[in-house]
Write a protein that binds this ligand. Structure first.
Ligand code: AMP
Length: 280
């Protein structure tokens, strides 16, 4: 596995892979890798001879009050895990090398990024789509792998690829969970053992919503109320939203269509912001 820091070196390495006829699979990450990330790398490896993992804590997707400086960085360990999962290349540019000085160009999706996290993290998705567009331009992957845990991000990337004709297939991977049901996240390491236990109210609320739909409930407000009631059993959670939405448009719905409707939750536990969702 090669660890590459600059765009010209990456382009050169990828040219060789392409000349050898290898399909290129790409997994963009911010590092601090866990089994959720590695599941994406493994799937990419099953489907592509050459897998590129980017590790880049992207400053433009963090708000001024957010945890950019504190975001956990575990680069050496990440590289060991990428190699074990079958990556051919880790691309880890510095901010100064990747963003041009006074960079002034943005890529912004304006439909699915409205509402949900878009309301609470202004500018976040603009930073995500911009950096992913930049990464797609340098990696030029055949396929790119994203987790369903970040459902609104996945929706924004799919729209961007569609609208701007990026020649890349977007592959979604199911959310990988801890043994206690909490969605894996790099930010879980901020949680105290007590908070980690309290966080189980989130998957429990998702499960309550899923069970109601399995038992025939189709009214979104009823399902939302059930999920909210379960969240309220954990007073440590400070809820941002709990919404029943169309899984593609991310817009709230009134009637549930099984397989096409999702429930999405965001909350704070202490200083840590957690998100999760599931299909109903
Ligand atoms: P991040 O490093 O948080 O930017 O995440 C990089 C990629 O890994 C994104 O596509 C995430 O959706 C995905 N990801 C993060 N956590 C999980 C998880 N628990 N299960 C599946 N994919 C995940």
């Amino acid at each position: 596995m090669q660890v590459i820091k600059t765009v010209p070196a990456l382009r050169q390495a990828l040219q060789q892979a392409r000349q050898a006829g290898q399909a290129v699979g790409f997994v963009p990450t911010m590092g601090c890798l866990h089994a959720g990330h590695l599941a994406l790398v493994q799937q990419a490896r099953q489907e592509n001879a050459c897998v590129v993992v980017s590790i880049f804590v992207n400053p433009t997707q963090f708000g001024p009050q957010e945890d950019f400086a504190k975001y956990p960085r575990t680069f050496e360990d990440d590289c060991v895990q990428c190699q074990a999962a079958g990556a051919a290349i880790v691309f880890a540019p510095t901010t100064e090398d990747f963003y041009a000085p006074q960079s002034s160009t943005w890529v912004e999706e304006t439909f699915v990024t409205q509402g949900l996290c878009g309301t609470f993290r202004p500018g976040h998705f603009r930073g995500v789509t911009t950096v992913v567009a930049m990464l797609f331009n340098v990696v030029q992957p055949d396929a790119a792998y994203f987790g369903r845990k970040d459902l609104q991000q996945l929706g924004a990337i799919k729209r961007m690829v569609r609208d701007l004709h990026f020649p890349v297939k977007i592959v979604a991977h199911d959310t990988v969970r801890e043994a206690n049901g909490v969605a894996m996240s790099s930010r879980n390491r901020y949680l105290s053992p007590t908070e980690f236990q309290q966080a189980t109210a989130i998957p429990a609320a998702l499960q309550a919503a899923q069970q109601a739909v399995q038992h025939g409930e189709r009214e979104a407000t009823k399902v939302q109320q059930l999920a909210l009631a379960r969240l309220q059993q954990e007073p440590a959670l400070q809820l941002q939203y709990c919404e029943v939405i169309d899984a593609d448009t991310l817009r709230p719905v009134t009637t549930i269509t099984p397989g096409h409707t999702a429930v999405a939750i965001a909350c704070y536990l202490g200083k840590t912001r957690l998100i999760d969702n599931c299909l109903l």
